[in-house]
Design a protein around this ligand. Structure first.
Ligand code: R5P
Length: 296
């Protein structure tokens, strides 16, 4: 077995290899002056089981193309099985056709990944696992969805949020807050979020919960602009919550997001190392390595 970290996930790939008790062999990589990526294996992958580690954000398109090149090259060089660990899978949020003329981008990307020779893909906190269940039957490539929420909740339990209330910004994430609540022990609830399909603007209807005098954690898969999370946190603070943590698996935090969260009343922002970010206090390396051991 060979673990190959891609340009986007050197550190995470190294940690996963360490947990698996093997050496990591990062690909040789550079960017040409026109912006294209160059990829070269520095170790023979012939007849090997190859584990690629390459997240897809930030700079999603480039990192996705690098992954496609890595996978196809590994198969062309004789790899017998290619497992791609892609903690943040690009385009997974474009998983429905809401308006006429829209592309089902997520399914297109799954097709490209499959055609590049990937046999298994391990992803963390996908935008919608129920959509995946609908799409999976039309693909040979097996998608393995993991969740980092319990690991994040454990970190928060050990860092001032034991007994805190767990909240999700929408009903679709009910399962994740129920799993967080079993770690934190403070009960769970969710908000209702309505998104305008044309402007992208969201409104949050805060459920009537007894949060006064309690600590709370709002869990989401992604914090991007911070708008969703900031609205949820402000709602909790308005209802009398003492301290509120903003927790997510993929801390994308585009410019201005941190300020939005702080203005909304977040005490702390917690994320994982599925992507490189200043908010990756929690590592997903252990849970990914444990899962890989089961499917190898
Ligand atoms: C949406 O369904 C996701 O679960 C997140 O709530 C959303 O992507 C967060 O985006 P933003 O930080 O831009 O509000």
């Amino acid at each position: 077995m060979i673990v190959v970290p891609g340009p986007a996930s050197h550190e995470l790939g190294r940690k996963i290899a360490e947990k698996l008790g093997v050496e990591a062999f990062p690909v040789n990589h550079r960017i040409f002056p026109d912006g294209e990526s160059y990829i070269k294996y520095e170790v023979s992958v012939n007849d090997e089981m190859v584990i690629l580690v390459q997240t897809n954000a930030p700079d999603n398109d480039r990192k996705l193309v690098q992954l496609l090149i890595m996978a196809k090259a590994a198969k062309d060089l004789g790899a017998k099985r290619v497992i791609a660990v892609v903690p943040y899978l690009a385009y997974a949020r474009q998983d429905k056709q809401f308006l006429d003329g829209e592309a089902l981008a997520f399914d297109i990307i799954l097709g490209l990944l499959e055609q590049s020779g990937i046999d298994d893909i391990v992803v963390v906190d996908l935008h919608s696992e129920s959509v995946l269940k609908e799409l999976q039957p039309s693909h040979q490539m097996k998608v393995h969805p993991l969740s980092a929420i319990a690991v994040i909740a454990q970190y928060l339990k050990e860092n001032g949020y034991d007994g805190a209330y767990s909240l999700s910004p929408d009903l679709g994430r009910k399962d994740i807050v129920s799993s967080a609540s079993s770690v934190l022990g403070g009960g769970f609830a969710f908000f209702e979020k309505i998104r305008d399909l044309y402007t992208g603007e969201t409104t949050m209807k805060v459920k009537d919960i007894d949060i006064k005098g309690k600590n709370a954690v709002v869990f989401d898969d992604i914090i991007s602009s911070g708008g969703t999370m900031a609205k949820a946190i402000k709602g909790l603070k308005d209802q009398g919550a003492v301290k509120v943590a903003a927790a997510c698996t993929h801390p994308l935090l585009t410019p201005g997001a941190k300020e939005k969260l702080m203005d909304g009343g977040a005490e702390v922002i917690i994320g994982t190392d599925t992507i490189d970010s200043p908010y990756c206090q929690v590592t997903v390396a252990g849970m990914i390595a444990d899962y890989l051991k089961k499917i190898l």
